[in-house]
Design a protein around this ligand. Structure first.
Ligand code: IPE
Ligand code: IPE
Ligand code: MG
Length: 238
């Protein structure tokens, strides 16, 4: 494992979720089209996943497209869908063939049909893998997820518990995130994992996503490792 000095003895989060923000501003600053920022962002996302798995992280969730992002101009959305069509299989195939299960979180029915098919195929092909997972939050909105889960519970006509409710969410069977990283200088969750983030540690970076390096990820993990997670208890009880 390529662990540098910084990471000696550091507690590695089991599940890291990333709000990849700042692709557009990164491109704008360089007089490039927003699509160039998204392309660079996608490359960075793969790099960060490889680094995280190398360090022993088990689950990585990336916020790739929110339900609200669907209101962006058609040209930008078409560019994002093309980026997916041209890169997804190769990029994720490389990561997933090492034994990583892929899940799409969100209302994927809102995506173009061919993309839904690729996602469903990838989910099926990797369903045999246990222990490590990549979750792509696409057409994902936490409020949508919660409403969807409530309706499923109502249909069943059963009262829910915290555990049974979690099983109705898109993240079913995925442990809650330990660390949520947001790049791009904004300090908000933007409708991401609102239920699952109850006790997540939050880390915000001023860097735009395409420039968030492996070293920046290492630094976020070191920062996480220094925090005391009390889950409501006192220090003495831990
Ligand atoms: C995040 O980058 C990627 C998506 C939301 C698809 P943005 O596209 O939001 O980049 P900024 O925030 O405009 O810089
Ligand atoms: C959050 O970024 C969504 C993703 C990273 C996919 P946004 O750029 O959509 O967030 P807001 O609109 O600034 O809150
Ligand atoms: Mg943004």
């Amino acid at each position: 494992m390529r662990k540098n000095k910084l990471l000696q003895g550091v507690k590695i989060p089991r599940h890291i979720a990333i709000i990849m923000d700042g692709n557009g501003r990164w491109a704008k600053k360089r007089m490039m089209p927003r699509s160039a920022g998204h392309k660079k962002g996608m490359e960075r996302m793969i790099g960060l996943m490889e680094r995280a798995f190398e360090l022993g992280v088990q689950y990585i969730t990336v916020y790739a497209l929110s339900t609200e992002n669907l209101k962006r101009p058609k040209e930008e959305l078409d560019g994002l869908f093309d980026l997916f069509r041209n890169n997804f299989r190769e990029a994720f195939g490389k990561v997933c063939e090492k034994g990583v299960r892929l899940r799409a979180l969100g209302d994927v029915s809102l995506l173009p049909e061919d993309i839904v098919q690729v996602l469903r195929e990838s989910e099926k092909e990797t369903a045999k893998y246990e222990g490590r997972g990549i979750n792509i939050a696409v057409c994902y909105g936490a409020r949508d997820e919660i409403v969807h889960a409530v309706n499923a519970a109502v249909e069943k006509g059963e009262k829910v518990t915290e555990e049974s409710f979690a099983q109705l969410l898109y993240t079913k069977d995925v442990p809650d995130p330990d660390l949520i990283i947001r790049t791009g200088k904004e300090v908000r969750l933007s409708n991401f994992l609102l239920y699952q983030a109850a006790y997540a540690e939050l880390y915000f970076s001023d860097k735009m996503f395409p420039e968030f390096s492996d070293k920046d990820l290492d630094k976020a993990i070191v920062n996480y490792s220094k925090r005391t997670r009390r889950f409501g208890k006192t220090d003495e009880q831990l």
